[in-house]
Design a protein around this ligand. Structure first.
Ligand SMILES: *[C@@H]1O[C@H](CO)[C@@H](O)[C@H](O)[C@H]1NC(C)=O
Ligand SMILES: *[C@@H]1O[C@H](CO)[C@@H](O)[C@H](O)[C@H]1NC(C)=O
Ligand SMILES: *[C@@H]1O[C@H](CO)[C@@H](O)[C@H](O)[C@H]1NC(C)=O
Length: 199
């Protein structure tokens, strides 16, 4: 909706890229920009999130549920100023970040850049199941000793998931990972309560 778009509409991208829609995501200062192509079920996406040079960010889709486990993700990081992006499937909540093919097609492989204190990840994905409603996740965490290290497991880092309809731009959630649901159920209910108040 308009509120979700207000923070992201002025973003610009390298390489002359433009995107039809964007949502300012509810946590971690991140935004998702995309163009959905109904004819072939793909979405060109740009995910942007602030980070220090000593951090990583990631975005992905969970085709098999909600939350972290099962998510297919793009992770951008850097070493000595060289930015790279890997794709991996988070098989558990303590995953090995092996660079592996995702369970859905990525017709335009991901690339990433770091500028102005933010990473941007670009990719084109074939939306799993050729359906526009997808469970999405995003994250930010530290690089330590040259390695992508676990993200914090508190606060905003547990609220960085939502269902997004790539056709309408409507999102629901801002939800926690399934694993942590029990422990943060209070904050989720208060989040839902405040969302209902805004409606
Ligand atoms: C999907 O359709 C769009 C719009 O017609 C086109 O630009 C793009 O190249 C297509 N992608 C694939 C992977 O066929
Ligand atoms: C995805 O669905 C659209 C209709 O919504 C259809 O035109 C397209 O062929 C489908 N693409 C694939 C890869 O199944
Ligand atoms: C929930 O919190 C308790 C106590 O803080 C902790 O022992 C437990 O491991 C947590 N469970 C999950 C699923 O995070």
């Amino acid at each position: 909706g308009a509120a979700a778009q207000s923070g992201c509409l002025s973003a610009t991208f390298t390489g002359g890229r433009t995107f039809l829609k964007c949502n300012q995501l509810p946590v971690l200062g991140a935004s998702l920009h995309w163009t959905y192509h109904a004819g072939n079920g793909t979405a060109d996406i740009a995910f942007r999130a602030p980070s220090g040079a000593d951090g990583w960010v990631g975005w992905g889709i969970n085709p098999s549920g909600s939350g972290m486990a099962g998510s297919n993700v793009f992770v951008a990081s850097q070493s000595g100023g060289a930015v790279s992006v890997l794709t991996t499937i988070l098989r558990t909540t303590a995953p090995t970040l092996d660079n592996t093919a995702l369970s859905f097609d990525v017709p335009v492989p991901a690339s990433a850049e770091y500028a102005g204190g933010a990473y941007t990840i670009y990719a084109t994905v074939a939306l799993p199941g050729n359906t526009t409603s997808q469970n999405t996740v995003w994250q930010a965490g530290p690089i330590s000793g040259g390695r992508i290290s676990p993200h914090p497991v508190s606060g905003q880092n547990l609220q960085s998931a939502q269902n997004l309809d790539f056709l309408s731009g409507t999102s629901t959630g801002g939800s926690n990972s399934r694993l942590h649901r029990r422990n943060v159920s209070l904050s989720v209910s208060s989040l839902i309560a405040s969302l209902i108040k805004q409606l």
